[in-house]
Design a protein around this ligand. Structure first.
Ligand SMILES: [Zn+2]
Length: 314
């Protein structure tokens, strides 16, 4: 793809998201050519003759070499290949619920419904925002899922060695104390060691499984904490005093524990608190919740992919 500016006699070539910016000169002239607006090459520049634009051989060869190199780098760069959104509960499992009188009307805040509404909205936003990733949702209606089923889909995804999946479970909180309110973002307790390696793959090297598991679990933990932080930051930014932060929490949540991937669990607010319930039941609140989670995921993904994945994250 060539974008051409005839007034400035300059152009941008684009291939698979890589760009080459150049200016046209006279035949035989060398000038600066920019790769991805970053790397500078000095090459004989394209020139006009008989009303045609000519690309010197050295220019074409250098670009081809650099595009091939970039393609190879892309193939080994760590990336998030898929994002799984998990609306908590469903079907016979309502989750928590709270009854409130709002504007003189009796209203029920039912966790499974709130989780689903926010998740479906988040799911659509992720699909639009990350067309290069697979976006999954564990349920799209009021259906009941066993806990193992929620992560099974994600585990079944075919992944390359440089690819990871992230998992976001969405819930709402409840308390006997009706004044308890605010959001929480949970990640797995780093003390808890999960079994993350598929034993079948290493059947003849059993002694290394626990070691590899420790290493992987630690990486997943670190990613999970980082993702939890990103989401919590966006919640605070977006809601301010409207929805207090109850902070990051570490626990051995079952859903999260079963997930062999960086994963977090978000508690949007309390169905038992009238202010939180109003927020979670309103269209405006729903949008704010899904936007905050979306932006938190985006921050995490950008950092993760820019840093080259698990290793460089801190
Ligand atoms: Zn729940």
């Amino acid at each position: 793809m060539l974008y051409w500016d005839s007034f400035f006699q300059s152009g941008v070539l684009e291939q698979n998201g890589r760009t080459i910016s150049f200016s046209v000169g006279t035949q035989g002239a060398r000038d600066i050519v920019l790769l991805d607006n970053r790397e500078i090459l000095s090459l004989p520049v394209p020139f006009n003759a008989d009303g045609n634009l000519y690309f010197p051989e050295e220019f074409v060869a250098a670009l081809k070499k650099n595009l091939d190199k970039a393609r190879q780098e892309d193939a080994t760069r760590f990336r998030i290949a898929a994002i799984v959104v998990d609306p908590g509960h469903g079907g016979k499992d309502n989750g928590a619920s709270g009854e409130h009188i709002i504007n003189g009307r009796k209203v029920m805040a039912v966790e499974k419904e709130i989780n689903l509404a926010v998740s479906l909205d988040l799911y659509e936003k992720l699909k639009a925002g990350f067309p290069d990733k697979r976006i999954l949702i564990t349920r799209t209606g009021d259906s009941y899922l066993e806990l193992g089923e929620r992560v099974a889909k994600a585990h079944a995804l075919p992944l390359k060695a440089n690819e990871a999946v992230i998992y976001i479970s969405i819930h709402a909180n409840a308390s006997f104390n009706k004044s308890a309110r605010g959001f929480e973002v949970w990640y797995l307790d780093p003390e808890h060691k999960r079994e993350v390696i598929d034993k079948a793959k290493f059947s003849d090297q059993k002694e290394i499984i626990p070691i590899l598991n420790d290493m992987l679990a630690e990486e997943y933990d670190r990613e999970s904490v980082e993702m939890a932080r990103s989401i919590a930051r966006r919640f605070s930014e977006s809601f301010g005093k409207e929805l207090p932060s109850r902070g990051l929490k570490a626990e051995q949540w079952f859903v999260v524990r079963k997930a062999r991937m960086p994963s977090v669990l978000v508690e949007l607010g309390f169905v038992t608190n009238p202010e939180d319930a109003v927020l979670m039941l309103s269209e405006r609140g729903l949008q704010k919740f899904s936007n905050s989670i979306y932006n938190g995921i985006m921050d995490f993904v950008n950092n993760f992919e820019r840093s080259g994945g698990f290793i460089a994250f801190q």
